[in-house]
Design a protein around this ligand. Sequence first.
Ligand SMILES: [Fe+2]
Length: 252
Amino acid sequence: MIGRNSGLVASVRAGRIIITRMTAQTPPGPAAVPPGPYPAGPGAGAGVVHTAGMTLPTVDEARALHEKYAPTPESLELVRTHCEIVSRIALRLAGRAGLPVDTRLVETGALLHDIGVHLVGSGPYIRHGVLGYGLLRAEGLPEAVCRFASRHTGVGLTRDDIRSQGLPLPPGDYLAETPEERLVMYADKFHSKTSPPTFLDAAAYSADVARFGQEKAAAFAGLVAEFGEPDLEPLVAEYGHAHRRGVPAGRR
Ligand SMILES: [Fe+2]
């Protein structure tokens, strides 16, 4: 459903949602995910669309892409479940804060942000972002969707990070720039595909990222202030994953 005053019209063509803006002056409205329990999994963001002129894959298409590229059932389960959790956290944060983000784009970006993990094989894990970007480009998805894959690692990778850490990535800045990219990158920090998969709170991630420099911890603190910290307990209970808690910075 699109808000009556949004100026946007959605139609389905060849299984994809097509969004068109009826007036150029209509600003995007706030996300309409209601406060309360977590959205009930993929599709929960499908009712609010603010992106004009973009063809986004459906939730089923995003799921099918994971099935297409996952090398093993275990990879499919691990990565797709993680992506779904990140999507739910991002949508929950958007709804709670009333953020003016395109929730369909947030959902799509979250569901596909780690798809490149399926292609890493024995190579460096940090390449999953650029691999995912290339995969999504080859699938013909919009640039705005592809960017989630290459712009969610840590709190952003800079050209200087790549040079100083000797990372096996093409030189460049891989930074979340749009509100949707920043929200997905942030939500991604609260669940890890470790074995076993684990939720982690802001203090735990802050301690982890501080190993890469205090400026990274400061950047994460800025995201916490901007988006708020999600209540992970409902998801911990639902998925049965561990919950790693850190010591708040002031008590370390
Ligand atoms: Fe992720």
